[in-house]
Design a protein around this ligand. Structure first.
Ligand code: SF4
Ligand code: SF4
Length: 400
């Protein structure tokens, strides 16, 4: 039987991926590069190296941003290889107790809407005991947006006027806690464009954090729940609001019918014909658009958010310089487990924000939004709102 790691042989060691790798850029250490990590995985798979803490650490330091895949001329399936490696070595990856506590607290909270409702009082309690600061969870909390009141999302939201399409919405496990304004704006915007929106009530977390942490059983459970929840929706497209979730849903193994329907919401909105009578009100402001790695390197939809925002008359749409790596360093729970690297990468992006001085920062992934919000707060720049591009679009539509 072919080993799942035989694709490491596809790497021709050309090094074209190196300038695109955030961890190599910061360390200039070959072991922290895509080429180096592939060599380590290959040596382990062939029995030439043991899965020592040092080897596991080099692979664990990878953000799974997949910039290397986009640059690779040999089409090495880097992300799949790292996920398979982490699944195969999960029992050997001994994390310190504090790191285990942090990851478990975040993952369980995100997977449970009930726990999320309790997260405010729990945060208060942890802050009193000093545990929030000691574990770095205080920074995660600093990235939460202001509480947003909304009505029930689950169920069917009929199109306003003539129905032109039917879609389902994937909420993501952080919707209630960290992305309520985005979900509400998405439903309002889509229905006004003539799109009926179904929000299946039984959907679960996409499973990204379980998959990337090597928890194969947890990932399979969430995948199955989502496949069942969306099977009955009878829609032509399933829209994700957070590109990190969309990227995982798009690659659910063995379910091409489901994967074909997954679209980032901005791609759908950019391709869908807007009714002629709907106009966006002008906005005299500047927005800096950050492209999450999952949107760029997996969903390949990075052009859609700026294209949509340029439809707002008067809005100046800026992008970070094309020669910059610009991974913000959030990467799921990476910002908790690898704080130094996550901060160093965020600093580069914050420097760009300082130079650009926008009125808004727009990003299509809730994890990036939280990480950037916390960074702006640290720099005393939290007057700059960080939001999903479609929140701005919906506001300007409502303003007409
Ligand atoms: S996924 Fe990102 S961090 Fe990991 S090796 Fe590739 S470019 Fe580097
Ligand atoms: S670009 Fe592809 S083939 Fe070249 S070193 Fe990187 S992973 Fe290997």
């Amino acid at each position: 039987m072919t080993s799942p790691f035989s694709d490491t042989e596809l790497c021709v060691k050309c090094g074209l991926c190196l300038p695109h790798c955030p961890t190599y850029g910061k360390t200039l250490d070959e072991n922290e590069s895509p080429r180096g990590r592939l060599s380590l995985i290959q040596a382990w798979a062939e029995g030439r190296l043991e899965a020592t803490p040092i080897l596991l650490g080099h692979v664990d330091n990878c953000l799974l941003c997949r910039s290397c895949e986009s640059a690779c001329p040999a089409n090495v399936p880097y992300g799949r290889l790292v996920d398979d490696f982490r699944l195969a070595t999960a029992d050997k990856a001994a994390k310190p107790l504090a790191a285990k506590f942090k990851s478990a607290a975040v993952v369980y909270t995100l997977q449970s809407p009930k726990l999320q409702r309790w997260s405010g009082p729990v945060r208060g309690m942890l802050a009193k005991t000093g545990l929030m600061q000691a574990t770095g969870l205080d920074e995660l909390a600093a990235g939460l947006p202001k509480p947003f009141q909304h009505s029930q999302w689950q169920g069917v939201h009929p199109a306003v006027g003539q129905e032109t399409a039917r879609v389902a919405l994937f909420l993501g496990c952080t919707a209630e806690l960290a992305d309520a304004e985005t979900v509400t704006a998405a439903i309002r915007l889509l229905t006004r464009l003539g799109v009926s929106v179904t929000v299946p009530p039984d959907q679960a977390c996409c499973g990204a954090m379980a998959l990337h942490a090597g928890d194969g059983a947890g990932f399979a459970r969430m995948r199955q729940r989502n496949l069942e929840a969306f099977a009955a929706s009878g829609v032509t497209a399933i829209l994700s609001l957070a590109s990190g979730c969309g990227a995982v849903l798009k690659e659910y193994p063995g379910n091409p019918g489901f994967a074909d329907k997954i679209m980032d919401i901005s791609s759908f909105l950019a391709a869908h014909p807007w009714p002629r009578h709907l106009r966006l009100e002008s906005l005299s402001a500047k927005v800096l658009v950050h492209s999450p790695c999952s949107l760029k390197n997996v969903l390949k939809s990075e052009c859609s958010p700026p294209e949509l925002l340029r439809r707002i008359p008067g809005l100046q749409v800026e992008l970070p310089p094309s020669n910059s790596v610009m991974c913000c360093g959030a990467a799921g729970t990476y910002l908790l487990d690898h704080q130094d690297m996550a901060h160093a990468l965020r600093e580069d992006l914050l420097d760009n924000i300082v130079v650009c001085l926008p009125d808004y920062v727009a990003t299509s992934n809730v994890g990036c939004a939280m990480h950037l919000r916390a960074g702006l707060k640290q720099r005393g720049m939290d007057h700059i709102p960080v939001l999903h591009p479609l929140v701005l679009l919906e506001k300007q539509l409502r303003a007409q």
